[in-house]
Structure formats: C-alpha cells, structure tokens
Write a protein that binds this ligand. Structure first.
Ligand code: TYM
Length: 339
C-alpha cells in the first residue's frame, strides 16, 4: 500500500510596502521566513500587503513601485518563488471579502484597544480613517483565508495575531470547524529591533531615516547610522533593557546577526568603549546584508520575471483562498451560486 504523504502545515505572513524595508523587518520577519522555507516542513505563503498600506496616505506611483520592489527583496533575501507562494494582497480579492465577513464578528472594543491603532491615530491625527481601526480584521482575513497554522512575525504584531485567534475561535464555536487557529512564530533573537534614534521605540520604516537601517543601505551609510546611534553616558557595555536600551539594542542586533549571545558579547567587549561595539555591529550587519543587496538589483531589473512571479503567486493563492471562501459562504448561510 502506498502511503499518502502527510499534509504540510501552512505558513502565512506579510509585509506592508509602505516604505523601505528595514533591518527590523529583516531580523524580525524575513530571515525567519527563509529558514522556515529551508526546513521543508511547511507550505509557505508570503504576501506584499498593499491594501494594509492604504490605511496611511500613499503616493500611487511610489506604492506601485514598492510592491514590485518588496517582492524583489523577498527573493533577494532567499525566498524561492518555486517553493513558496508570493504575491500582492490586492490581486486576491478574497482577502477583502473575508475581511468584511470577519468584521461582522469583531467587536469595536477589541479594535479600539489595539496598540497599533492608538499609536497610528496619534501619529496621523488628521487621518484616523475606518481602515486604521479595521486593519487587524484584514490581517485576520489574510491569515485565516489560507487556514494558516503558523505566522512568523515580530513582537509588535503579536496583539493582532491574538485577535485573529480570538475571531477564529469565536466563529468556530458558532459554526463549527471553520478556521485553523493560528500560532505565532517568533525567532530566538531580534523580535523587537529598536530605533537607533529613540531606542525605547521599535525601528520603523515610517520614521526618519537615521532611526533605521534599510536593508538596501550602503556600507558607509550603515557605519554612519550606527556610529550616531543613541546610547547613554555611563560607558559600560552590558545588557540592561530598562536602563540602557540603546546599548542593549546594539547587543541584540549583533546577537541576532551573528548568533553569539548578547550577554557573551557584552562580556567579550567589557572595558571597551561604545565605539568598538558600534563598529562591530556595523560590520556584522554590512556582511549580513551584502549578498541580499547584490542579488536585489539583478532581480529588480528583470521586470518580466517579477511580473510572472506575482501573477502565478496570485493564481495559486486564489485557488487556496477559494476553498475557504466556499466553506465560509456555506456555513454562514449565504445563498449558493455558481460562477
Ligand atoms: P510590517 O510591514 O510593519 O512589518 C513586517 C514584519 O516585520 C516585523 N517588524 C519587526 N520585527 C522586529 N523588530 C522591528 N523593529 C520590526 N518592525 C517590523 C513585523 O512584526 C512584521 O512581522 N500588520 C503587519 C503586516 C501583515 C501581516 C499579515 C503579518 C498584514 N497581514 C498577516 C502577518 C500575517 C505589519 O504591519 O507588518
């Protein structure tokens, strides 16, 4: 008797094309996506979430360009379009449709207490649109649409994932067996890379350029940004998240990139100045990003190849999504139809 191979677990994750991707996106997400792909244990779906980006005003031409650039960066980081499904969120309308349906099972109070909603409402006080509030519902739709088991994300997205789980459990209780309840996947190090200008805040692509290292920053720029990274005045290299967030962030970044423990690095560099630590982090990050940068321009130059990846990714994603949508329509009691 031939054995039927066990179905692989499904992984889903996404990144907004809302700016230049940063070292935070790389260490907190992209790098883990590559290692999950390489484990061979999962079917992976990686999405450029352009609809999410619209919650903040975008320049249309720049948004369009950044979708292709983000996909090129996925590939440059080592994600293989043959092994994974990679596409743009707006190319698979089922995301928006499921988002509406899930929204009818999500409470206002749940959305209003999301940290990201509060932060972004403060930052964009002139544009607190409904999309900003319902952002996590769309994110839940992204995840539940593919019956995802695992979602590799940085720590800042944990609260959104919890909400996706709550919605799935709530609807499963009402309708029985609708969605797989997803778990988060967080890397060992670097789940929260902090800003180089204000190390009490996360590194973000929408802040000022000196606060982040972009994956595509040139070596000189990376050295300059680390050299001017905010630390403190006591001069001691040690891990102390509370009192020394700047120094600890540099140790964490170095640890995430090299695999050496943050404490070990601190012991090894004890007695040296912050300059030594900054130089070491800069060189390690430059070496880590060099192969990505080298591949990136080549991939981006091949427009036809990128369009092909996007197109076939969207087709494959749509087929998987359609299965879930049929099930959801039926269970929720929407009238049957044939396309
Ligand atoms: P986004 O685009 O802000 O970030 C993409 C991924 O990078 C991680 N990340 C970080 N990790 C560590 N340190 C940082 N400073 C840092 N900054 C960003 C994020 O945690 C994320 O994993 N809402 C999501 C996008 C999204 C999504 C999804 C993710 C939409 N739908 C479904 C997973 C599943 C976001 O804004 O990520």
């Amino acid at each position: 008797m031939t054995e039927v191979p066990a179905k692989k677990k499904t992984i889903f994750s996404g990144i907004q094309p809302s700016g230049i991707l940063t070292l935070g996106n790389y260490i907190g997400a992209l790098r883990n996506w590559v290692s999950l792909q390489d484990s061979g244990e999962y079917d992976c779906i990686y999405c450029v979430v352009d609809l999410h980006a619209l919650t903040v005003r975008q320049d249309p031409a720049a948004l369009r360009r950044r979708c292709a650039e983000t996909l090129a960066l996925f590939i440059a980081c080592g994600l293989d379009p043959e092994k994974n499904v990679m596409y743009c969120q707006s190319h698979v309308p089922a995301h928006s449709e499921l988002s509406w349906l899930l929204g009818c099972f999500t409470y206002m109070g749940e959305l209003q207490r999301m940290t990201q909603f509060k932060d972004k409402s403060q930052k964009h006080a002139d544009n607190i649109n409904a999309g900003l509030l319902t952002y996590p519902v769309l994110m839940a739709a992204d995840i539940l649409l593919y019956q995802s088991d695992l979602v590799p994300i940085g720590a800042d997205q944990k609260q959104h994932l919890e909400l996706a789980r709550d919605i799935a459990i709530r609807m499963n209780n009402l309708y029985g067996g609708l969605f797989t309840v997803p778990d988060g996947y967080f890397g060992k190090a670097g789940t929260r890379v902090m800003s180089l200008v204000d190390p009490t805040r996360k590194m973000s692509k929408s802040d000022e350029p000196n606060s982040y290292i972009a994956i595509l920053d040139k070596p000189e720029e990376i050295r300059r940004k680390f050299r001017r990274a905010v630390t403190d005045s006591d001069g001691e290299i040690r891990v102390d998240r509370e009192n020394k967030p700047g120094v600890t962030n540099l140790l964490d970044i170095l640890s995430a990139v090299t695999g050496e423990g943050a404490q070990q690095i601190a012991d090894r560099l004890a007695g040296k100045g912050y300059g030594a630590l900054k130089d070491e982090v800069a060189e390690a990050v430059i070496a880590e990003l060099a192969p990505v940068q080298a591949r990136y321009s080549e991939i981006l130059a091949d427009k036809a190849y990128l369009e092909g990846v996007m197109q076939s990714g969207a087709e494959r994603a749509s087929r998987i999504a359609a299965k879930t949508m049929r099930k959801v329509h039926k269970k929720l009691g929407l009238a049957p139809y044939k396309l």
